[in-house]
Every structure is written in C-alpha cells, then in structure tokens.
Design a protein around this ligand. Structure first.
Ligand SMILES: [Zn+2]
Length: 227
C-alpha cells in the first residue's frame, strides 16, 4: 500500500513538473534555452549567468539575436592582463560611442539584453523618442579597482562603463549631470540603473562612491552588488 502511494506521488510530481515546463513562458523557465530577444522574466538573470560557463552557446545566442561581433584571439598585449579569446562588438541595435568594446561573451549578452529590453523601450516610454547612441568610457582596461590592489573586472574584459545616452531628437542624458535629478532624465537614469541590477552581477552608479559619479559600472564578475 505504501509503495503504491509513493508511486502515485512520484507520477503526480513528474506530471506537475512536465506541465510547468510545457506551459510556463520561456523567460520564466530556467530549463528553456536562453534567447536574448525574449521578454525579461524570472529566469533571465540565471540564464545570462549560465552563459559564463558555455562559450559556444553564448556566441550562438548573440548571433541568433542579431548581434555582430569579431572574435579577438587571446593575446598578451598587456603583459599584466593577458586575455583569453574575447569578442569585439561590431554592431548592436544602437551605436555605442567610446573605445572599441572588447568583452567576454556573457558580458556582451547581458549588455545586449539591457539595451534591447531596458534602454531602448524606456527611452520610447519616457521621452517618446528612440535611442540614438550609448556613450561609454570603454570596457577592457588593465587596471585595479580604484584604491585597492584587486584587479578590476575591466582587466578581464568583463565590464563596461556607461556615461550617458543620446536620443534621436538630440536630447543628452548624462550620469554626471542628471543622476537623482527630478526630471525625466533623472527618472530614465534611475530606471535603467535599477533594471541593470537584474541582469548584471554588479551594477554601480554615483551612489556607490565618488569614482562612479559620472558613469554606471556594469560587470559579470563573481561578486553581486547593486548600488
Ligand atoms: Zn567600471
């Protein structure tokens, strides 16, 4: 009798698991393969994080989303910060201004997700204008975290600094000038910063410290911080 109960219970559990897998939308289902164009959901962060451990799937996911990149071979151009093979962004939905953006694949995937599902729709929503340009201070840079002896995620090409945005109508939104401002520009910056926290491992802005007064630092390292 006991054994039958156990069998029935197992069948019920498997049935529920199957139904969940079958009917829960992909963005909420961690067992579904990642797709950078699907809406954001409960499983988005987990899927982006998983890409850290699967370079082949990561690159395919970027290509499927329409992101154009060039593979940069491993090099020791900076002897203190030798890089493994990384990707250089060629084309995304929005042009980026700043140094050439050389990144790890999972960092590029998180960046694209933020751009596609947060930066662009929020510009349309708040300003009723498309996003024309994303301004950056660059990604790869061989350096320590300011004031420490720890290597920054920039030295692993696993981070990017974003300083501002330009809208199609010419409006400029700068982290340095408009953070915490009671205006649409301030609202845009708060929203995109808060939502970056759900996509990147680390999101730092002007509230973190003076070194970040003029940009958002976004990285896919092992720490988890949102400030
Ligand atoms: Zn940074």
């Amino acid at each position: 009798m006991r054994r039958w109960r156990l069998i029935l219970l197992t069948i019920a559990v498997l049935g529920v698991a199957y139904l969940l897998h079958r009917f829960v939308p992909s963005q909420h289902n961690p067992l579904r393969p990642p797709d950078l164009n699907e809406p954001l959901g409960l499983a988005t962060y987990g899927k982006l994080t998983e890409l850290k451990y699967n370079e082949k799937i990561c690159r395919q996911v970027l290509l499927d989303a329409g992101v154009e990149f060039e593979v940069r071979v491993a090099d020791g151009a900076e002897p203190r910060c030798p890089l493994p093979e990384t990707l250089q962004l060629k084309r995304s939905l929005t042009p980026y201004r700043g140094a050439p953006l050389r990144m790890t694949c999972h960092q590029m995937a998180a960046l694209y997700t933020w751009e596609r599902h947060v930066l662009r729709p929020q510009a349309e929503k708040i300003f009723d204008s498309p996003l024309r340009q994303i301004q950056t201070y660059g990604s790869f840079s061989c350096r320590n975290i300011a004031g420490t002896r720890t290597r920054s995620q920039h030295s692993f090409a696993n981070a990017i600094d974003i300083s501002g945005f330009v809208l199609e109508d010419g409006t400029e939104i700068r982290v340095r000038d408009h953070w915490r401002e009671r205006s649409n520009k301030g609202k845009y910056l708060s929203r995109v910063h808060r939502r970056a926290c759900h996509l990147f491992s680390v999101t730092l802005g002007p509230d973190y410290d003076a070194a970040h007064a003029d940009h958002f630092h976004l990285d896919m390292g092992h720490a988890e911080t949102c400030r």
